[in-house]
Write a protein that binds this ligand. Sequence first.
Ligand code: PHE
Length: 357
Amino acid sequence: MSDLEILQKEALEAVNKAANLASLDEVRVKYLGKKGLISSQISQIGKLPPKERKNFGAIVNKAKVAVEQSIAAKKEILEDAALNKKLASESVDVSLPIRNEQVGKIHPISRVIDECVAILADMGFSVEEGPEIEDDFHNFTALNIPPNHPARQMQDTFYLPANDGEDPMVLRTHTSSVQIRKMQEGKPPFRFIAPGRVYRSDYDITHTPMFHQIEGLYIDKDIHMGHLKGCLHQFLKAFFEVDEVPLRFRPSFFPFTEPSAEVDIGCARQDGKITIGAGKDWLEILGCGMVHPNVLTNVGIDPEEYQGFAFGLGIERLAMLKYGAPDLRNFFDCDIRWLNHYGFSALNIPSKTGGLA
Ligand code: PHE
């Protein structure tokens, strides 16, 4: 056996023994690398006498090709093995439970506001907004609640620190302040609702210091209490998704409406469950009335020419009744379990017609 044949045999054995890609590469470098044992034989060709070159060249080349082929074949085997090993270690266990997807829910308050807006927008009301930090004039005085009027005690107001000699700003105690702002800004007729946060210093199972109202205002030349009644009737039927809902207008007092009424809806109470629209019980649901002439005068509207109605809905009250959440305070605890239970899928959006999907 020639030296070259021995070298080739050695090389092929080494390839055979290589147990992984790294050692296979070492073999390649040892024999076929720049200074490898076979490569250095190739560089000898030129030094041989011309007669011997051809023969020697052919043998060296054969050895080189044989080793190259064997390395390529072994490389494929080792790569397959490495891939199989990886696949085996990374196999997917299809019986494992899927990863918990955290999909957000719509808060019941947001949902109820959307529902009310959808229904009332269908009835021709636009949506307005006003500031939550309000001045005395818009929250009280313009609404016919002058300073020192006992009606101010009806609501436990949060006052902000005041500058010397100035009236303190307040966290608005109701959305009625938006009535004043919008009537000052525009010209009658007005037909809008104003949803938003309001604040009162109160905390128990049915009160939180922050809660939500929707104000409604309709001012035109010939608006009367029949319109108010019809509007609320239609709204409440659509909101509670019932064909009929008995309404009871109880005389009440708000400084900014005259006459004023609190509206009760007919319901049945059984085993702690309330069914709207049936039964012999009544449930207070909102305050309303015909806008007081003084309020119209305060915003520069002639009450002899224009009149209309206003109402104030408590969003939490509506949400508790429709979706059965018993304790108001939970609405704002930010407990993810409560939100998952009472929240709504973002894909289930109230429709425009008839208000509800
Ligand atoms: N602003 C009243 C409240 O907060 C509700 C109301 C609004 C009553 C409009 C009459 C008219 O209690």
